[in-house]
Design a protein around this ligand. Structure first.
Ligand code: SF4
Length: 215
């Protein structure tokens, strides 16, 4: 029999806290989706495709990025295709590998869903600027751990990007450098899902992370 978790342990209580925040996010997702006549998974697919531009994504990648099964992703994509919010194109190399791309109608629907105002934004309002920056760094560290252990796909974060040069500048406000846009940027601008991200190879990712951690 599995040992029950200790409800007084720090990890257990952090898990409870994260679950409450996830609940607030789910409420926000439903509210935004309701404004468009879609469900949260369908709206999340449109958002994901919007950040991938003309290249689009395959069904398998969409399922992996959203953490849903391939049949669930397929059903949602088919529903979006019937509404003409997405289109399917043959792959550039393998013609049988379908790429799903956002249409102009799909882009308009994302606009209807509105910005991310809701319970999650309200919760963040309780933090000052430094606390938000600390939270962002903590989230990046946790997400990176999941991706490096193979629990989730590599995310399009600066810390996994081949264009990221951490602490390349002496300027404390903007210490990092993005080689894609050739510009310095600060900790608060670190990206979680950047459309220009190009995945670095595992050894470069490890070296970049070490440099990022040691500052
Ligand atoms: S391309 Fe995007 S993910 Fe890569 S370093 Fe620049 S801002 Fe970060």
């Amino acid at each position: 029999m599995k040992t029950p978790q200790d409800p007084l342990s720090l990890d257990f209580r952090i898990g409870e806290g994260l679950s409450r925040l996830a609940m607030a996010h789910r409420v926000d997702d439903w509210d935004r989706a309701k404004a468009t006549g879609l469900n949260p998974t369908q709206l999340a697919i449109l958002g994901l495709l919007e950040r991938r531009g003309e290249t689009g994504l395959g069904v398998k990648e969409i399922a992996a990025q959203l953490g849903v099964s391939q049949p669930t992703a397929s059903d949602s994509i088919n529903a979006l295709e019937r509404k003409e919010y997405v289109a399917k194109h043959p792959g550039m190399i393998d013609k049988r590998a379908v790429r799903v791309v956002l249409t102009t109608d799909g882009l308009a629907v994302i606009g209807q869903a509105g910005q991310e105002n809701g319970l999650a934004t309200e919760a963040l309002a309780a933090l000052d600027a430094d606390e938000r920056e600390d939270l962002l760094l903590t989230l990046i560290k946790m997400i990176r751990h999941l991706q490096e252990t193979g629990a989730i796909p590599v995310q399009r974060m600066c810390v996994s990007c081949r264009y990221f040069a951490p602490f390349a500048h002496a300027d404390a406000a903007r210490p990092h450098h993005c080689k894609f846009v050739d510009a310095a940027f600060g900790q608060r601008e670190l990206r979680i899902d950047c459309r220009d991200h190009v995945e670095a190879d595992p050894s470069s990712r490890a070296a970049t992370w070490d440099a990022f951690q040691t500052g």
